[in-house]
Design a binder for this molecule. Structure first.
Ligand SMILES: [Zn+2]
Ligand SMILES: [Zn+2]
Length: 186
């Protein structure tokens, strides 16, 4: 990843940060999160999103509690314009410590997150918590008028003047027929 040096390290070395069970430490950082795909977020240097996460070492893992807040840019489903989506989220996760002694083959992991070789990567936790907060219908505004189906103009910005922008093209012949019948009936 480019510019990685400017992003606060999200890979926490647990044995040095939290040497014994019960130890607690707070990690604060910020970044700019850019939406690459529907739920795919890239993390770039910036301060648009900030987090404060309390890590507590517990037997067999690490608890991660805290908050993430800031603004992420999403694109509107109707007009395709970018809009700012403010977030203010609570984090309540835990990661399982994966090592030789602890791994019980018959035990399915109860957590999606893992401490691997003593390292806990906070990035997937931050990414998931944010991606799960996205609204199902991503619109810049409930009143967004979207794009003209005929010419593609953004109807929030301009009135393109296209005729019957809302009528489905497949219904056009029916409209025409109805109009002709009405005219001949007079
Ligand atoms: Zn829109
Ligand atoms: Zn138009």
């Amino acid at each position: 990843m480019k510019n990685q040096s400017k992003i606060p390290s999200l890979k926490i070395d647990i044995p040095s940060a939290l040497p014994t069970v019960g130890d607690k430490k707070t990690f604060v950082g910020s970044a700019m999160l850019v939406l690459v795909d529907t739920y795919d977020i890239s993390i770039d240097p910036g301060d648009e999103i900030g987090w404060k996460l309390d890590l507590r070492r517990i037997a067999g893992g690490v608890e991660v509690n805290g908050a993430i807040s800031g603004v992420i840019e999403l694109s509107c489903y109707r007009c395709l314009e970018m809009f700012e989506f403010p977030i203010s989220l609570t984090v309540r996760e835990h990661a399982l410590w994966l090592n030789e002694e602890d791994v019980d083959e018959g035990d399915a992991p109860a957590s999606e997150y893992m401490v691997i070789d003593g390292v806990l990567d906070l990035e997937p936790i931050i990414r998931d918590v944010i991606a799960l907060s996205f609204p199902a219908r991503r619109v810049c505004d409930e009143a967004c008028r979207g794009l003209c189906v005929k010419c593609g103009a953004n109807l929030n910005v301009e009135d393109c003047g296209c005729e019957t922008g809302h009528i489905d093209a497949r219904l056009k012949p029916l409209e025409e027929l109805k109009r002709r019948m009405e005219t001949s009936g007079q």
